[in-house]
Design a binder for this molecule. Structure first.
Ligand code: MIG
Length: 808
C-alpha cells in the first residue's frame, strides 16, 4: 500500500469525533441509473455505485452497495455466519427503475432512491435524495412513513424504543470518554456496536441490518424529522432485509444470520459475586465463608485486576495468592467456580515471557510507522495482540488455555477491549501487520478477542461448555461470549435503564447479558440494592459488581432486612434455574431471547414504549419496583410501607404470585409492593419447571423437577428439553424433548409427559404442583404412557418472600 494513502487514512480516523454526524446536505446524490449484468449502477457527479441483490434465505435479502470511491472494498465484518455468506444472485428487471424480486421482498431502485416492499406488506422507502455518497461515506435517508417503533441496535442507554433518538456505532470505554455518565441516563456512547434496526409499522416488523464494521450512525428522526437515516463512515455496506411480520420472526431470522449463544454451563446462569477490590486469598476464603454463613448460594467468585502481578496478563501476585490452583480447587469443592479478568494489553517489558513470545511471533498491532503500537493502560506501556490474525489468536489461546488449566480457573472475563488504550489514541492502532487502518477492526477488536479466548476453551476440552464474559463486542459476538453492560452507576436511573438495555441487546442476538447488579460506580444503599436484585434476579446474567472506592455491596453489607430480601431473590433464581436453562435452550434452537419486551407477544400500541416491565421466557412477567427513597408513590398498607407502580397486564389471565390470585388482564393495575416484594406474574397456560431441593452453590443437577402448573382458562403446556447439561453434545442433536400437557378438572389434575428425541428417557423426575386452587387435589400423571396417581401439592403464594415471616 502506498505510504501517502496510509497517512491520509490515519488522518481521517484520528480527526473523527465520537457522536459527530455528517449533514445529509454534504452528500452527493445519483442522477443516472443503468443495468449491467446482475447489478444496478448508479452515478452522481462524484461517484459510481454498484448495487447487487441476493437472496440469503427465504426470509432474508441482501443488498450490496459497492462505492467506487472506497479504497479497500473487502468485507471485514465477521457478523454473518459462514453458512449465510453466499447468496443466490437475483437478476434485475426494468420496471420504473431497476427491480429485484426475492421471495421476501420487492426492491425498486431509482437514480437516487430505494423502495422496498417486504412480503409482509411493510414498505421501507427512501426520500428522493435517498442514496448519498460523500467520498467513502454512504448514506440512506428513509422516510419515517408509518413507523412508530425502532428496536434492537445492540447495547444502548436510554429507552427501549429509539424513535427520536440518534445512535453512534463506535465502541468506547464509556466512563473514560464520558465521565459525566455517573448520574445521567441520556448519553449515547456504548461498548457494543450492532447496527441492526427492527422497525415496527402498524403491527408489522421488519429487520434491517447494516453490515459494515466501520463507524456508523443511525439517526431516527432527530436530525430530520419524518426521516430516519443510516450513515457509514468508510468501507462498503451490505444491507440485510429480514421479513416479519412478527417481532419474533425478525429476531429469529437475524440470529439465523448472525448466530446464537451456545447453551451455557449451568453454573454460569447462577449468581455471581464480583468486586474490584478482592485482592488476596484471604478475601476469597472470607467470601466463601460469608456466603455460607448467610445462607446465600453463589456459583462463582470473580477476580478483578488485582490478582495479577503488576497487571501482567497470565500471572498472579504470589504474595497475595501463594497457590491459586489450591485456592480455586478449594472453592470448587464448595461448588464455587472462579472467573478471572483478562485485559488485552500486554505489558511492554523485555524478559516478561508473554511479551517476549508475542514479539517473537509478531502478534502485536502496529502503528503506521511499522513499530509496535503502544498504549498506556494498567501495566504502564502496553502492546495489543492483533486478534484478527490467526497466528495471534493461536498464541493467545495457548497462553490462556495454559493459564486456565494450571490455575483451575473456570471462566474468563474480557475487559478493556473496546479497545481502551489510555493515554494513546486508539485510532493509531493498525491491524494485519500495520496494513489495515484502525476503523476496519475497531468495533470488532473485542469480538476477535472473544473468538481467540473461546479457542482456548476448545483446546482444553472441545466437548465442554465454556464461559466467557466480554465488555465490548459487535454483531455476532454472542457466538463466543456473554456481555455485561459495562460501568453503570449505583442510582435509580441506571437501575431503570438496565431493563431496556438488556432487552435491546437480546433483540440484537446477545441474549446472555446483564448489568452490574447494585451499580458499579458510586455508593449503593440498602433499598436500591434490594430493588436491583428484585429487578435483576431473572436477568440472563446475574452478577453483583462494584468499583473499589465505592461502599461494599455484598448482600450482607447493609442490614438484616436487606440480607433477607436479597437472599430471597437469589434463592428464587436457583429454584427457577430449570426454567432459565430452558430459556437458553430455546434461544439456541430458535433465537428467541431469554428476556423479552412485552411487544414480543403483544402488539398493541400500549406496548410500544413499555420498558419498565418485561417477560422472562414464555411464561413469567416481572414488573419490578424501580423507585424508592422518597421518590415515586409510597403508601402505607397495614403498617407496611409500599411502593406503588403502574403495571400493564396484557390480555388473558395472569397469576399474581404475591397475592396468590388470578387476575384478568387487558388493564392497568396500580400495584403496591412492600420492600420485600417484587411484582411477579405467570401467564395462564404455563408450566414452570422449578427446583425444590437443597441448594449448594453451583451443585445442581436439575434431575428432580417440580412442574408448577398455572391453568385458569387455558390448558397448560411445556416442551421441556433434556440433555446432559454438561457437554456440547446437544449441538449434534443429542437432546430429548418432553412434551408436557396439563389439564385441570374437578379435583383432579391430569398431566401427560411424553419424551421423544435422541436422549435416554426417564432421566428427569417430574412432580406436579398446582397453583390458584384450593382443597384436595389428585394428580394423575402419565409418564411415557405409564400411569401414576398421587396427591398433588397445591400452592398459592410462592417464590420470592416464601420464607419471610414478615408476611405471615
Ligand atoms: O479501568 O478492572 O468495566 O468492571 O472492575 C477500569 C477494573 C477497568 C473496567 C470494567 C470494570 C472493572 C474495572 N475495569
Amino acid at each position: 500500500m502506498p505510504s501517502d494513502r496510509r497517512a491520509v487514512s490515519t488522518l481521517r480516523v484520528t480527526c473523527m469525533r465520537f457522536g459527530q454526524k455528517v449533514h445529509p446536505l454534504n452528500f452527493d446524490y445519483g442522477n443516472s441509473l443503468f443495468v449491467l449484468g446482475d447489478s444496478a449502477h448508479l452515478a452522481g457527479n462524484s461517484f459510481r455505485l454498484q448495487i447487487r441483490c441476493e437472496e440469503i434465505t427465504g426470509c432474508c435479502t441482501r443488498l450490496s452497495f459497492d462505492n467506487a470511491n472506497v479504497a479497500d472494498k473487502r468485507q471485514y465484518s465477521d457478523a454473518i455466519i459462514e453458512a449465510c455468506r453466499e447468496g443466490r444472485s437475483i437478476s434485475p428487471a426494468l420496471d420504473e427503475g431497476v427491480c429485484f424480486q426475492t421471495r421476501s421482498s420487492t426492491i425498486v431502485i431509482g437514480p437516487a432512491r430505494l423502495h422496498i416492499r417486504m412480503a409482509t406488506g411493510a414498505v421501507l422507502e427512501t426520500t428522493e435524495d435517498g442514496i448519498g455518497i460523500n467520498g467513502e461515506q454512504f448514506l440512506l435517508n428513509f422516510r419515517m412513513g408509518g413507523a412508530s417503533g425502532f428496536y434492537g441496535f445492540g447495547e444502548r442507554t436510554r429507552r427501549l424504543n429509539k424513535h427520536g433518538d440518534s445512535l453512534d456505532f463506535w465502541n468506547v470505554d464509556v466512563v473514560a470518554a464520558f465521565p459525566h455518565t455517573y448520574d445521567r441516563d441520556d448519553y449515547d456512547p456504548a461498548y457494543v456496536a450492532i447496527p441492526f434496526a427492527i422497525i415496527k409499522t402498524g403491527t408489522v416488523y421488519t429487520g434491517v441490518y447494516f453490515d459494515n464494521p466501520d463507524r456508523a450512525i443511525i439517526d431516527i428522526g432527530k436530525i430530520r424529522s419524518g426521516q430516519w437515516l443510516y450513515q457509514s463512515m468508510g468501507g462498503n455496506t451490505q444491507v440485510y432485509l429480514i421479513n416479519g411480520p412478527r417481532l419474533r420472526d425478525v429476531v429469529r431470522g437475524f440470529t439465523e444470520l448472525t448466530g446464537r449463544a451456545e447453551v451455557p454451563p449451568v453454573w454460569s446462569i447462577g449468581y455471581h459475586q464480583c468486586r474490584w477490590g478482592y485482592r488476596s486469598e484471604a478475601d476469597f476464603i472470607a467470601l466463601k465463608e460469608h456466603f455460607k454463613r448467610h445462607d446465600i448460594p453463589v456459583s462463582a467468585l470473580w477476580y478483578d485486576i488485582d490478582y495479577m502481578d503488576g497487571y501482567r496478563l497470565f500471572t498472579w501476585d504470589r504474595e497475595d495468592f501463594p497457590d491459586p490452583a489450591v485456592l480455586n480447587n478449594e472453592l470448587k469443592e464448595a461448588g464455587i467456580r472462579t472467573v478471572t479478568i483478562m485485559d488485552p494489553g500486554v505489558k511492554l517489558e523485555r524478559g516478561y515471557p508473554v511479551y517476549d513470545s508475542g514479539k517473537a511471533e509478531d502478534v502485536f498491532c502496529k502503528a503506521v510507522s511499522g513499530k509496535e503500537y503502544v498504549g498506556r493502560v494498567w501495566p504502564g506501556d502496553t502492546v495489543f495482540p492483533d486478534f484478527t490474525l490467526e497466528a495471534a489468536r493461536d498464541w493467545w489461546a495457548a497462553w490462556l488455555a495454559k493459564f486456565l488449566s494450571e490455575n483451575a480457573v473456570d471462566g474468563v472475563w474480557l475487559d478493556m477491549n473496546d479497545p481502551a488504550t489510555g493515554f494513546s489514541a486508539a485510532e493509531d492502532m493498525r491491524f494485519a501487520n500495520g496494513q489495515l487502518p484502525h476503523a476496519k477492526y475497531h468495533n470488532q477488536y473485542a469480538h476477535y478477542m472473544a473468538k481467540a479466548s473461546r479457542e482456548a476453551f476448545a483446546k482444553l476440552d472441545p466437548r465442554a461448555r465454556p464461559f466467557l464474559l466480554t465488555r465490548s463486542g459487535c454483531t455476532g459476538t454472542q457466538r463466543y461470549s456473554a456481555i455485561w453492560t459495562g460501568d453503570n452507576a449505583s442510582n435509580w436511573k441506571h437501575l431503570r435503564m438496565a431493563i431496556p438495555s438488556t432487552l435491546n441487546l437480546g433483540l440484537s442476538g446477545v441474549v446472555f447479558n446483564g448489568p452490574d447488579v447494585g451499580g458499579f460506580m458510586g455508593h449503593t444503599t440498602a433499598e436500591l440494592l434490594i430493588r436491583w436484585y428484585q429487578a435483576g434476579f431473572l436477568f440472563p446474567f446475574f452478577r453483583n459488581h462494584s468499583v473499589w472506592n465505592s461502599k461494599s455491596q455484598e448482600p450482607w453489607q447493609f442490614n438484616p432486612q436487606c440480607l433477607a430480601y436479597v437472599r430471597e431473590t437469589v434463592v428464587t433464581r436457583y429454584r427457577l434455574l430449570p426454567y432459565l436453562y430452558q430459556c437458553f435452550f430455546v434461544h439456541y434452537l430458535s433465537g428467541d431471547p431469554v428476556l423479552r419486551p412485552l411487544l414480543y407477544d403483544y402488539d398493541g400500541k400500549e406496548f410500544e414504549d413499555l420498558d419498565d416491565q418485561f417477560l422472562v421466557g414464555d411464561s413469567i412477567m416481572v414488573a419490578p419496583i424501580l423507585e424508592g427513597e422518597e421518590q415515586g408513590r409510597e403508601i402505607m398498607v397495614g403498617g407496611r410501607k409500599c411502593q406503588v407502580r403502574h403495571i400493564v397486564l396484557p390480555p388473558g389471565w395472569w397469576f399474581d404470585l404475591n397475592q396468590g390470585e388470578w387476575l384478568e388482564g387487558n388493564r392497568i393495575l396500580q400495584y403496591a409492593a412492600g420492600l420485600e416484594e417484587v411484582p411477579l406474574f405467570v401467564r395462564d397456560g404455563s408450566i414452570i419447571p422449578y427446583y425444590n431441593g437443597p441448594i449448594r452453590n453451583s451443585f445442581i443437577t436439575l434431575q428432580e423437577i417440580e412442574l408448577h402448573i398455572f391453568s385458569k382458562q387455558r390448558p397448560a403446556r411445556l416442551a421441556y428439553f433434556i440433555d446432559d447439561r454438561e457437554t456440547r453434545d446437544y449441538q449434534a442433536g443429542r437432546y430429548g424433548t418432553a412434551q408436557i400437557d396439563a389439564r385441570v378438572d374437578d379435583g383432579e389434575i391430569n398431566v401427560g409427559i411424553t419424551e421423544a428425541g435422541d436422549y435416554e428417557t426417564g432421566t428427569v423426575n417430574f412432580r406436579p404442583v398446582l397453583y390458584g386452587y384450593q382443597g384436595q387435589w389428585k394428580a394423575v400423571t402419565a409418564v411415557n404412557g405409564k400411569l401414576q396417581t398421587r396427591s398433588c401439592t397445591v400452592q398459592t403464594r410462592s417464590w420470592v418472600c416464601k420464607h419471610l415471616s414478615v408476611l405471615a
